[in-house]
Design a protein around this ligand. Structure first.
Ligand code: SAH
Ligand code: SF4
Ligand code: F3S
Length: 456
């Protein structure tokens, strides 16, 4: 059998696309291989979000060129494909910088992989068409064996692209305009996943809460309405969604956090910065107080919700005092977790043109301070759960024999000792200890209490 090695960088959309490309290639007789060595086809599914992510791709391609040469010497042909957001942004430039690349295919064109691979036998090919000729309608359904191999949790892309144009961000250029998949198509996909044992789905999109797909009734459905329907699918016990924009947190979505038991109490809601002048310069179109008020409304609907965010430090012109506003916001909200990044100027984005770029030393200091506060709140959130009973969905083997690992509803990893349980079980667990990255628990007894019962 021919072998394909797929390596995905970047966000969950790329993880999903990587799996769908594996499904397409599976139909062409390829089996997936965990390493590039010996593979007939090597596919890098790339990310363009920060400069560092792009450098990684070219470093990786250099190594793959050497592998291709070595395999050629032993009589094996190796073909190299670059997919994902760098493919979209840089197109033919990739093959100019690394001639060993046979094919460049963008995120909205990969359903054409079989024919493109065929054409690439004769000459180098670049396909970065953006208008979606309904890519999703052309993707083969994953086989039950592939679904099972990927585990009981799955991502499902429901929305793609972005019309928001934050001043720092490449996504609107690499993924194109906002597009929502029709409800029926998503339901078929989730039903198929559930039939093969998936219990936990995360609906994903660059702006997932702007979802407005066509419903079976012809009307436009919101994300909340879609999730209520997904929750009816037999076997689906946990639902999440990511990534959301503060401007699209509609009332029905907030209400779903109160009313829909399958919707997990976790929300990733990037705010990026705490100072209004910087938020305006970023073109976020909301203030820090808008965000605070929004969080208050969400917490009224679901008091125990775990909140997460993304932050950028050192956006052009950000003063020391403005950075302190970010710290203040972090300390007020008390995020359960968060990602933080140094601003990276991206070609073609308005912010990259600004003259007031921040120096790297200042940038490092701000990142260090922010991460220290984020880590403090993450630890506090984890420690607050010690002594409480929570439901764990067991997802994989633990670190040691006799251990299984799963996640709390708040998306924390938990290890438990168990002889009788297996992957896929939902177990009531009492958290006994919070380590730096995982929680440790034991199976609960009748007297143990959940956090919401303790709060009452
Ligand atoms: N659609 C999502 C996130 C997209 S990218 C949203 O709107 O929040 C993921 C994160 O990368 C962003 O939230 C942002 O914090 C970060 N990011 C994007 N562009 C960046 C840049 N040029 N420099 C540094 N971080 C960036
Ligand atoms: Fe990028 Fe902003 Fe769109 Fe998110 S909302 S993908 S940060 S442009
Ligand atoms: Fe990166 Fe593209 Fe995702 S730029 S973050 S892989 S949408």
């Amino acid at each position: 059998m021919k072998k394909v090695h797929i390596k995905s960088f970047g966000c969950q959309m790329n993880v999903y696309d990587g799996q769908r490309m594996a499904d397409i290639l599976g139909e062409q007789g390829f089996e997936e291989s965990a390493t590039p060595e010996g593979a007939d086809l090597i596919l890098l599914n790339t990310c363009h979000i920060r400069e560092r992510a792009v450098q990684k791709v070219y470093t990786e391609l250099g190594k793959l060129r050497d592998l291709k040469t070595a395999q050629k010497a032993q009589g094996q042909d190796t073909r190299i494909v670059v997919a994902g957001c760098v493919a979209q942004a840089e197109g033919a430039e990739i093959q100019r910088r690394q001639p060993a690349v046979d094919l460049v295919v963008g995120p909205q064109a990969y359903h054409r992989l079989p024919e493109l691979l065929e054409q690439a036998r004769a000459r180098r090919i670049v396909d970065t068409d953006l208008p979606i000729d309904d890519k999703f309608g052309h993707l083969p359904a994953p086989r039950p064996a592939s679904i099972r191999a990927r585990g009981i949790s799955a991502f499902v892309t429901v929305q793609e692209g972005c019309d928001k144009f934050c001043a720092f961000c490449v996504v609107p250029y690499t993924r194109g305009a906002e597009f929502s998949r029709p409800v029926a198509q998503i339901l078929v996909e989730v039903e198929r996943l559930a039939a093969a044992g998936v219990q936990d789905v995360t609906l994903i999109g660059q702006n997932v809460n702007a979802y407005h797909g066509e419903g079976p009734d012809g009307a436009s459905w919101s994300l909340a309405r879609l999730m209520h329907r997904v929750a009816e699918i037999e076997g689906i016990c946990r639902i999440r969604y990511t990534t959301s924009h503060p401007r699209d947190m509609d009332e029905d979505l907030i209400a779903a956090h109160r009313d829909l038991p399958q919707l997990m109490p976790f929300l990733h809601l990037p705010v990026q910065a705490g100072a209004d002048r910087i938020l305006a310069a970023m073109n976020r179109k909301h203030t820090a107080d808008d965000y605070r008020r929004l969080i208050a409304r969400i917490r009224r609907a679901r008091p125990d919700i775990a909140l997460s965010s993304d932050f950028i430090v050192g956006f052009p012109g950000e003063t020391a005092a403005e950075f302190e506003e970010t710290i203040r916001l972090v300390d007020e909200i008390g995020f359960a977790s968060a990602y933080s990044f140094k601003y990276s100027p991206r070609p073609g984005t308005p912010a990259a043109e600004l003259a007031t770029q921040i120096g790297s030393e200042e940038m490092n200091e701000r990142l260090y301070r922010l991460q220290e506060r984020i880590e403090h709140h993450r630890q506090a959130f984890n420690h607050a759960l010690v002594g409480c009973k929570v439901e764990i969905l067991l997802e994989r083997a633990g670190r040691h024999p006799g251990q299984l690992a799963g996640k709390t509803p708040y998306l924390q990893a938990v290890q438990i000792e168990t002889e009788t349980n297996q992957i896929g079980d939902r177990v009531q667990v009492v958290i006994e200890r919070a380590g730096s990255n995982s929680l440790f628990g034991r199976k609960a007894g009748p007297d143990d209490r959940a956090p919401e019962e303790l709060a009452a």
